[in-house]
Ligand binder design. Structure first.
Ligand SMILES: *Cc1c(COP(=O)(O)O)cnc(C)c1O
Length: 419
């Protein structure tokens, strides 16, 4: 059973001050989870999680994570600017971009961020852009093919297709990049790879780590480069569905430690520092979208119309992603009614749920759409002239703070050139 981190009484009170729809984040959950992650990797001196800013680019959230020891993983000019404004400095910023602009490398360099190159051609492009090659530099690896992990009854437990992904370098390109970078003055190297997304498995990070550790040993002997960092990137998932079991970060950390001791330590590479760029795992479960029921429609199916739409949360519309929904105050009522829960966009994909069994819904009910803390508000857009919702923080003392106001029509018109 999935339960919201707020009660109906709390939500009713919040909704008196802040009109629905809004995204609400749980500070306590965010902090506890970040601490558990750091504890799980505390065996590796120098471990650092660089939170993937794109998942939840809110300054208050970023500052909370910074207080918990996290850095910021950025991939665009404005994300770099945001990280700087939130107080992240120098190597607290990782710049993992692709198809990068010269201005972006220039700002990353000015901030002293760690630059992670996505392609071999960017060795020269980076040098042209900033006039030198930094002493510390990362390169992103793409092994190609299909990445699979263990078999379960339903098929592979984790499967993704790096061979179809635009990111990273091939194995020969990676060695070539290291050689060229070393020739241009780089001294400390990192490798990075992101092979599968939203993995509900304690085996993904350890499997990825084993691949990268082995690669690091090989690259060191092939190129002579000092590999000091291994970036396991994002990809640890969360249980969006109520029947899925959450990953156990302590087990994941222990699995990575085992590979480290088996592969890196015997190769004399026990000084390698690990990093992560988790987004979804850090924030996903600690945010929800709260929306009010406006209308019912009975045609060939039963529709519930709510005041949020795909502009507030586009994952269901774009990926057909499942987000659990509970009716505030009736979490335990029998789920004996079947509904499509829809927003107001003139797009039939604007549905938060299709054929979902829920308790009987009444006009004015507050629906909690779960697990929107990452890739939720941040993916919002203004299609159909819809305005993005506010973001609120439920603090550890139970009080609520507005951490981003809702957009207004003035925001929508701000970029227009009237003729
Ligand atoms: C999106 C992204 C992440 C975070 O991915 P999650 O699935 O949210 O963990 C990390 N690194 C890079 C380079 C990304 O693009």
């Amino acid at each position: 059973m999935k339960r919201p981190f707020v009660t109906k009484a709390q939500l009713d009170k919040i909704a008196e001050t802040y009109p629905t729809p809004f995204h609400l984040y749980d500070e306590k959950g965010i902090r506890e989870n970040a601490r558990n992650l750091c504890r799980a990797f505390s065996w590796n001196p120098g471990f650092k999680e660089y939170f993937a800013v794109k998942a939840t680019p809110n300054p208050t959230i970023l500052k909370i994570l910074r207080e918990e020891g996290c850095g910021a993983d950025c991939s665009s000019l404005t994300e770099l600017m945001l990280a700087e404004k939130c107080g992240f400095q120098g190597s607290e910023i990782m710049f993992s971009s692709n198809n990068t602009l010269a201005e972006e490398y220039q700002l990353a360099d000015r901030l002293g961020a760690v630059i992670n190159l996505d392609d071999l051609t960017h060795v020269d492009f980076l040098e042209e852009s900033i006039g030198h090659i930094p002493e510390t530099i990362f390169c992103r690896y793409n092994p190609g093919g299909v990445f699979t992990l263990g078999e379960s009854k339903e098929g592979f437990q984790v499967m993704d297709t790096p061979g179809d992904a635009k990111y990273g370098m091939t194995r020969p390109q990676l060695a070539e990049a290291f050689r060229r970078l070393a020739a241009k003055g780089a001294k400390h190297f990192g490798i990075h790879a992101f092979l599968a997304s939203n993995t509900i498995s304690n085996d993904y990070y350890p499997a990825l780590a084993a691949i990268l550790f082995q690669l690091a040993v090989e690259l060191k002997s092939e190129t002579g480069c000092h590999i000091q960092y291994i970036n396991l990137s994002g990809g640890i998932g969360i249980p969006y569905r109520p029947d899925q079991e959450a990953n156990n970060i302590a087990v994941i950390g222990e699995g990575v430690r085992r590979s480290y001791e088996e592969i890196l330590v015997p190769a004399g590479m026990g000084d390698v520092r690990l990093c992560g760029e988790l987004g979804r795992f850090m924030l996903g479960p600690y945010g929800c979208l709260v929306t009010k029921v406006l209308h019912f429609k009975h045609i060939y199916k039963e529709y519930v119309g709510v005041d949020a739409c795909a502009a507030d949360l586009m994952r269901p519309a774009v990926y057909g992603a499942y987000h659990h929904i509970t009716v505030a105050g009736r979490e335990d009522a029998p789920h004996d009614h079947q509904y499509d829960v829809t927003g107001a966009l003139c797009e039939n994909c604007d549905k938060f749920a299709v054929d979902r069994m829920l308790p009987e819904i009444r006009r004015g009910d507050l629906l909690v759409i779960h697990d929107t803390g990452a890739h939720g508000h941040s993916m919002g857009y203004n299609y159909n002239g819809k305005l993005r919702s506010a973001e609120l923080l439920l603090r550890e003392d139970g009080s609520v703070r507005l951490i981003r106001r809702a957009e207004t029509p003035e925001d929508y018109f701000a970029t227009v050139i009237w003729s």
